[in-house]
Design a binder for this molecule. Structure first.
Ligand SMILES: Nc1ncnc2c1ncn2[C@@H]1O[C@H](COP(=O)(O)OP(=O)(O)OP(=O)(O)O)[C@@H](O)[C@H]1O
Ligand code: SF4
Ligand SMILES: [Mg+2]
Length: 353
């Protein structure tokens, strides 16, 4: 593919005093991942860059099939990229073996979308939360320590001691997701990848589970990659946002910048379709209707891959890969960059669209 990648590099990699900054907790650079063979080969990730700083939340957004879960699987070490690099705390996890690999696996955990499907119905909350300790035996070596730690984890996610011996069918959806979170915390990870963690829950319960996640961030310093279709949720929880379209990052930057002053027409369309938190019941006047369907991942449009649905598309968009447009911040200024890929970027905001 010939398109320019967006490089989500740490701003200059230097501190104000000129000393080298520590590497980001997670840095994914130029990662490409394809599936299938010959004519049935599709590129699920095409030169993807993402970065997560310690104690921060990266929101990952984009329509169905854009590659969010594939990227999550790469970050978790479950899927090896065809090319590009993954660095966790400066180390490439795909080079690790034996004890080092086991030690790394503890540091990155996952919270799944569906708390109904992802928990074994025949295991009690205690067994579910403590299951990861079967592989990582050294963390809580005695039965007494395990029992104590389960109680601590239940309390961290807002459940009671008496919940320890209950089974998944005795919990509500929100409570089940709390168990999923406690289980992700059992190995004391640095990074939790949350793939649509609240979308299977009732609206009223979503906010409670989001609060649990944000409290844990404050108390434990854990970082998140937060994948969601729900832009209002992403805005609420993320420090930075990365927007993907058909396997490519098309915009990234600090959350407020990306939401309030998008560079890319696709980002503007996604944001305009997002319900605001103060839902008035009124249709939004400024909603941008995207035309057409997402193209087949087997047949990605030339030039800019968004051009078949973009109202600003011109001849150049079909011929040339779009350039990187920097809206705010550069490596030189030390401010976190806000960048998009577009020949005709938006100016002041979505209303210009
Ligand atoms: N194991 C696989 N084999 C073949 N194709 C795959 C595989 N995993 C993912 N894909 C394809 O890769 C693309 C990206 O899929 P992915 O699941 O990462 O998207 P997503 O952004 O998570 O979508 P959703 O929002 O629906 O969860 C899709 O076209 C999907 O069909
Ligand atoms: S204006 Fe052109 S380059 Fe920019 S998003 Fe639209 S089609 Fe792509
Ligand atoms: Mg997915």
């Amino acid at each position: 593919m010939s398109e320019t990648p967006l490089t989500d590099a740490t701003a200059a990699g230097l501190r104000a005093d000129g000393s080298a900054a520590p590497p980001p907790l997670l840095e994914v650079r130029g990662v490409t991942k394809s599936f299938g063979h010959g004519r049935r080969r599709l590129t699920a990730l095409d030169g993807v860059d993402v970065r997560v700083e310690r104690g921060q939340t990266l929101g990952l957004v984009g329509e169905s099939g854009c590659g969010k879960s594939t990227l999550a699987r790469v970050v978790l070490g479950l899927e090896r990229p065809d090319s590009g690099t993954v660095r966790f705390d400066g180390t490439d996890p795909f080079t690790l073996k034996g004890k080092e690999l086991l030690a790394w696996r503890r540091r990155v955990q996952m919270v799944f979308q569906d708390p109904f499907a992802s928990l074994n119905a025949r295991m009690s909350a205690t067994d579910l939360i403590g299951e990861p300790w079967r592989t990582h035996r050294d963390i809580v070596p005695t039965a007494q320590a395990r029992e104590r730690r389960v109680r601590e984890l239940l309390s961290l996610v807002g459940l009671r001691d008496s919940d320890a011996h209950r089974y998944p069918n005795e919990f509500s959806g929100g409570q089940r997701q709390r168990i999923g979170i406690a289980r992700a915390l059992a190995l004391d990870p640095d990074l939790i990848v949350c793939d649509e963690p609240v979308s299977a829950l009732d609206l009223s319960v979503q906010a409670q589970v989001l609060n649990v996640l944000s409290e844990l961030r404050e108390r434990l310093g854990v970082s998140y990659v937060f994948i969601s279709h729900d832009l209002s949720v992403v805005r609420h929880v993320s420090d930075r946002v990365t927007v993907m379209y058909l396997g490519k990052v098309i915009e990234h930057g600090p959350t407020e910048d990306v939401f309030d002053r998008p560079v890319h027409p696709y980002t503007a369309a996604l944001m305009s379709a997002a319900p605001t938190l103060d839902v008035s019941g009124q249709a939004q006047d400024d909603e941008i209707q995207l035309r057409g369907e997402i193209p087949s991942p087997y047949d990605i449009p030339s030039g800019c891959r968004f051009r078949t649905r973009c109202w600003k598309s011109e001849a150049r968009c079909a011929e040339l890969a779009p350039p990187v447009v920097t809206r705010d911040g550069t490596a030189d200024t030390g401010r976190d960059p806000h960048e998009g890929l577009c020949h005709f970027p938006l100016g002041a905001g979505p209303t210009e669209a």
